[in-house]
Design a binder for this molecule. Structure first.
Ligand SMILES: NC(=O)c1ccc[n+]([C@@H]2O[C@H](COP(=O)([O-])OP(=O)(O)OC[C@H]3O[C@@H](n4cnc5c(N)ncnc54)[C@H](OP(=O)(O)O)[C@@H]3O)[C@@H](O)[C@H]2O)c1
Length: 240
């Protein structure tokens, strides 16, 4: 029997890479990033899939391939790929706004739509959308990013309800996770002085680790979390 398969988007680095590494002993991982070159951290034990999620044609082909090649074994999708361009809204270009909307919100919606088609047939499956703490608190210079991440929380809650409305014996779960400051390329870009200011609000006075996020995702995928559905789980060290 084939190993159950999990798609992790944005698996080339940071949180996505940690999730893929954490899960790969028990699952067949389908690791996604914008290009095959950026997926170099993986060996033969991981399947690779590349698509620039900001490109509607590549997104469409990615979803088609997910359904045609991976339906049989797919048990979960982790929508983790994301990007941010931190700027005051008055300086935010329409191109960057479109990019954040496309990668952070539209792509997870289209990938979840495909996953729901697959999971509805089986009556089970899990979707985890990686949101952000700023979705609930707001953050200066991240207005658009925060809006995309807030959209993911509402989308997850709605989809969780929808799966129950459609399937009488429903074992489909849709969740979101809202990380605080996690040590990755995304937070490495924050200037030291600004970071120190943020850390004053974190009781542990440290960044979270990508591996800690991966451990949470592993738990949420497990049967132990079978009654957690629709929720947004915070992991921010007590920051908010
Ligand atoms: N780090 C934090 O503190 C933090 C806090 C809250 C929420 N988050 C969320 O957690 C998720 C992972 O963040 P991270 O810190 O691990 O980020 P990261 O290190 O910057 O990695 C981002 C991942 O997303 C992929 N990606 C970006 N643009 C893409 C595109 N156009 N098409 C396809 N893939 C694309 C990247 O692939 P390539 O390498 O191919 O570009 C990479 O694998 C994101 O959704 C982020 O918003 C992070």
């Amino acid at each position: 029997m084939n190993k159950p398969k999990i798609l992790v988007t944005g698996a080339s680095k940071g949180i996505g890479l940690a999730i893929a590494n954490q899960l790969k002993s028990n699952f067949q991982i389908l690791a996604h990033a914008s290009s095959l070159e950026s997926l170099h951290p993986f060996g033969d034990d991981v399947e690779l899939i590349a698509a620039d999620l900001s490109d509607p044609i590549q997104l469409q082909n990615f979803c088609k391939e997910l359904k045609s090649k991976h339906s049989e074994d797919l048990v979960a999708v982790i929508n983790n790929a994301g990007l941010t361009f931190d700027k005051p809204i008055i300086f935010q270009s329409e191109k960057d706004i479109d990019l954040m909307m496309a990668v952070n919100l539209k792509a997870p919606i289209m990938i979840s739509k495909t996953a729901m088609k697959i999971f509805s047939v089986k009556g089970k499956g899990t979707i985890i959308n990686i949101s952000s703490c700023v979705a609930q608190t707001g953050n200066a210079f991240q207005a658009v990013y925060s809006a995309t991440k807030a959209g993911l929380i509402a989308f997850s809650k709605s989809l969780a309800k929808e799966s129950g409305a459609i399937n009488s014996d429903n074992q489909i779960r849709v969740l979101s996770v809202a990380p605080g400051l996690i040590e990755t390329a995304m937070t490495n870009r924050i200037p030291e002085k600004e970071m120190q200011k943020y850390l004053e609000f974190v009781p542990a006075h440290r960044l979270g680790k990508a591996e800690e996020m991966a451990a949470l995702v592993e738990f949420l995928l497990s049967d132990k979390a079978a009654y957690i559905n629709g929720s947004c789980i915070d992991m921010n060290g007590g920051m908010f």
